[in-house]
Design a protein. Sequence first.
Length: 473
Amino acid sequence: MKRCLVWFRRDLRLQDNSALLSAIASGAEILPVYIHGVNQPKQLSEGGASQWWLHHALADLDAQLKDVGADLYLEQSDDVCEALCSLVREYNIDAVFWNRRYQPDAIKLDTDVKKQLVADGVEVESFNSSVLNEPHAISNLSGRPYQVFTPYWKRCRDIEVPILTDVNLDAARWVNATGRDLDMLSLLPQIPWDKTFYKTWQPTRKAAKERLKLFSKKPVREYNIARDMMSDDGTSRMAPYLHFGQIGVREIYHYLKDSGETVMHGYVRQLYWRDFSHHLIYHFPHSVEKSLRPEYEQFPWKNSEEMVARWRKAQTGYPVIDAAMRQLWETGWMHNRARMVVGSFLVKHLLQEWQSGADWFWDTLVDADLPNNTMGWQWVGGCGADAAPYFRVFNPLLQAKKFDKDGEYVRRYLPELAKIPGKLIHEPWELTEIELAAYGVKLGDTYPERMINLSEGRDGALNAYREFKERVK
Ligand SMILES: Cc1cc2nc3c(=O)[nH]c(=O)nc-3n(C[C@H](O)[C@H](O)[C@H](O)COP(=O)(O)OP(=O)(O)OC[C@H]3O[C@@H](n4cnc5c(N)ncnc54)[C@H](O)[C@@H]3O)c2cc1C
């Protein structure tokens, strides 16, 4: 009997998994493998919070495989290509199946692996299992990649999204082999900063499906409004499950369509934003490190470690920003509206490079995702495709009063301000010392003074933008 290897990467599920489905259909015995790369470049590794998620997602995949009589073969190496090829040799594998990735370093690695395997006489088959439309399949009328979302979406929204037939796992035959123990991958933190994550998340496929079911029943219909309210639980929270592929984007699409949603619906549109970020990173690989619009490399950023540190540590003195940064630290997730507000504050009021924010998000988000994070930060910084223009500066106070009207979000994450009633909480500096004392707050002591005056920050951003425009004229 022939043997094949299914190489799991960001597709940690057994259903809606094209590579696995084809492996089963081939009738060969299957070795399911995950290789953890050590000392890899950023694009092929995870930040701290994502490592936490990965640990649990791998445990969950292994449990699902055990239910059908198989084991996930875990390997760890600083040379992933060599590790995979030697497994292929050791287990006499005839064919390797995987689902494609679209980030530049991942494409390079997959190309190297394929070259090596083909040279060794091993068959390689790859598939799409992580996006609605693959980046190379979509181009505008001139045959060029899209850089603006709306025409991209109009082009894509009518393209049929295939439904994968259910995988008959009972028909699968497995190669019985055990690799490393999951704990040996050392993905969980040594210092237990992850305690609060357990209260927020269940990083399993079952939990993803339950959450989607709940979401599709109510808030999804009110999504367009609820998704902006920072204290509401109005979004799906599918991002980490989607990133690790514990649930497939096609599965979500069809589940919602079947429950009466249309592709025009605001939610499904967001799934196309996710596809769009993959499209951008694939066609403009330089945008991983640098601004998609190259002229922004000449922008006069201030680059102050001290400012970035205060932002990271939730010490800006602006309650809505600090609450969002605490939400990120405590839960590994931040509301989308809050991501835009803290991002704009860092890049515009504080004039820090977008990369310094992207790096922190990379380390602290459980849904840290190279295409989405890069596009999100470049959108905020005005230097990416379809980005908010640089001169549009979000006012965090107005954002707070609009999207956290009663201060509930701030109260949840900044207990030191929790006694301040209603929306007064957004501007503690407007309160008298007597009022502050009554609420148990001492500015500069129990809560920091504002690190910057908003109008000065805004003027600084606009002046820098004018200087930049002169420079690149
Ligand atoms: C500065 C910044 C950084 C970001 N970094 C990331 C990141 O690292 N990983 C990440 O997945 N998203 C990122 N986003 C996009 C967005 O904030 C998150 O996808 C969303 O908040 C995740 O929560 P959710 O699953 O409840 O989203 P929902 O609102 O329920 O949306 C459903 C899904 O659609 C996709 N989606 C939603 N909004 C966007 C968007 N603006 N761009 C691309 N895809 C979107 C996501 O896959 C999401 O899970 C970032 C946005 C900004 C402004």
